[in-house]
Design a binder for this molecule. Structure first.
Ligand code: ADQ
Length: 485
């Protein structure tokens, strides 16, 4: 579609602020008659950006989540959601398989998460990744006003910054990676490593979750392209002094809407539901909780094994302790995710056989997503939250749990390999590769004094109340606006 037709379609003047992300913030609901309906899927990014959007004409560019060739009628997402005009990037079933399930989730995702499973390197998935990135870049180039700000998100779109720069040199482009950026010895395995680095360097600002991600990126850029970086101690960023545009690289740890989640957790409705949940679980003395997308990076089986061994060792009493794992279905078309689900369900089934009495099963499991308020009630109800990923960019579940402990009660067991560990050192930090240390840490968290528990939780809550998602968005966008004139 030509630029002015696209503008007519979005019903806006050319946009001054553009978000480019793999997914639009909407979900398709397929009705019984095959019609596709849409619901808003607000999420963290939408609420984070709300305060910075005042007075701006904003566009969100992304895929609807429905392959364009799976329905007889064309799949047309709504033109607007909240304050955003939505611009759909239609993807065919082939593209979803190659670009999304293939290169994004079977190559980049495992490579960037420490090779927990082996990444696959296929030329056809790479070629599709290039094609789809170009489609996103072209859409952004079509709708952007002169000098607009474009914020590109995540590992699926790492080529967009340079492609967009080539089409529209006038734009100010920021890129943010939500997952870890791996160390050189891993990243250099990628056959298309240089293309990815050059893709990212099309941005004016490249943001990562942690300083490790930022310094890993600087290192591979030096190794592959010979660029030097100056560290600016004042604002903590690195500047690529070899690039004429002086690309800035920095860490911006993402967060959550702390105030509104704490407010929700404190409501009588959620507090009452939390009590009811404990009651439904048999009013256990200790209630341990895990909440994750079903993903092999999250270390779900590590915490389940630790829990089962603690029961076997008689360190925990199955009559008075309950652990619940809630796992949201995720990437179910990818083989590694199917294997993981089978492995987890086998573990849960064995534990039920070994320790379950009638009406008394210490390890519970739900394979479903929960509504926001219900999830908050589970967080409020849990005595110990187990967050044990092998590698995680940030991990918002850890922050959500802390935000919900409005009485400063509750213990967080947190992997050292989650970005959140750098910000929440008062959690019970644990190495998920060591089953013994996970077991010991669970027991320490359960056995700590009420005073110690409160002191730790209060410190984490104080930190988070100052570092919420609105601050994250503001700091990124201020840094982006401060890059070259
Ligand atoms: P994810 O890998 O998806 O995100 P995470 O940060 O924990 O991981 O966010 C998951 C979100 O899904 C949370 O908001 C959580 O509440 C929600 N969720 C999980 N299980 C749920 C359930 N059963 N029902 C309802 N909601 C559920 C990626 C990176 C992270 C990074 C985020 C944000 O992998 O490292 O923190 O992006 O940048």
């Amino acid at each position: 579609m030509a630029a002015d037709q696209e503008m007519q379609h979005i019903g806006a003047e050319a946009a001054s602020f553009i978000v480019v992300a793999n997914r639009l913030p909407i979900d398709a609901v397929v009705e019984d008659d095959g019609q596709v309906d849409w619901t808003e899927a607000p999420g963290g990014l939408v609420s984070a950006l709300a305060p910075v959007l005042h007075g701006r004409e904003a566009v969100w560019i992304g895929w609807s989540g429905v392959a364009a060739d799976t329905h007889s009628d064309p799949v047309v997402p709504p033109a607007k959601m909240g304050s955003y005009h939505l611009v759909d990037v239609p993807l065919s079933t082939d593209m979803v398989q190659l670009y999304y399930e293939g290169f994004s989730n079977s190559t980049l995702w495992p490579l960037y998460h420490d090779r927990i499973v082996a990444p696959e390197y296929h030329r056809d998935t790479w070629n599709s990744y290039v094609d789809v990135n170009l489609q996103f870049a072209e859409k952004a180039a079509e709708v952007a006003a002169p000098g607009a700000i474009v914020w590109v998100h995540d590992y699926q779109l790492q080529l967009v910054p340079s492609m967009l720069r080539a089409l529209r040199p006038d734009l100010r482009i920021g890129f943010y990676l939500h997952i870890p950026f791996p160390p050189a010895e891993l990243f250099l395995q990628l056959p298309w490593r240089q293309r990815i680095v050059e893709g990212l360097l099309g941005a004016d600002l490249v943001g990562f979750q942690t300083p490790f991600g930022a310094s890993n990126f600087c290192e591979v850029t030096s190794l592959l392209l010979g660029h030097d970086f100056d560290f600016d101690a004042n604002d903590g960023g690195w500047i690529d002094v070899a690039s004429p545009r002086r690309v800035q690289v920095d860490a911006f740890p993402i967060s959550i809407d702390v105030a509104s989640l704490s407010e929700l957790a404190a409501t009588p409705r959620v507090q009452a539901r939390a009590k009811q949940i404990r009651h439904e679980l048999g009013d256990p003395q200790h209630f341990l909780l895990g909440v994750d997308r079903m993903d092999y990076t999250k270390g779900i089986h590590v915490r389940l094994r630790a829990f089962v061994e603690l029961l076997e060792d008689r360190m925990l009493d199955p009559a008075t302790t309950v652990m619940l794992q809630i796992a949201t279905p995720s990437r179910e078309q990818v083989e590694e995710y199917q294997k993981l689900r089978e492995e987890i369900e086998l573990l849960v089934g064995r534990a039920a056989g070994a320790f379950g009495e009638i009406g008394e099963v210490p390890l519970r499991y739900m394979y479903s997503g929960l509504p926001h308020e219900e999830l908050a009630a589970f967080y409020v109800a849990a005595d110990v939250m187990l967050v044990t990923p092998f590698r995680d960019g940030m991990n918002l579940v850890a922050k959500e749990y802390v935000a919900c402990q409005v009485d400063d009660n509750g213990s967080l067991v947190l992997s050292e390999f989650a970005g959140a560990a750098l910000e929440l050192p008062q959690a019970w930090l644990v190495n998920p590769h060591s089953l013994e240390s996970v077991k010991e840490t669970i027991m320490t968290a359960i056995g700590t004094t009420p005073d110690d528990r409160r002191r730790r939780m209060a410190a984490m809550r104080a930190y988070l109340s100052e570092h919420d998602v609105a601050r994250w968005a503001r700091e990124f966008l201020e840094a982006l606006e401060d890059t070259r004139p």
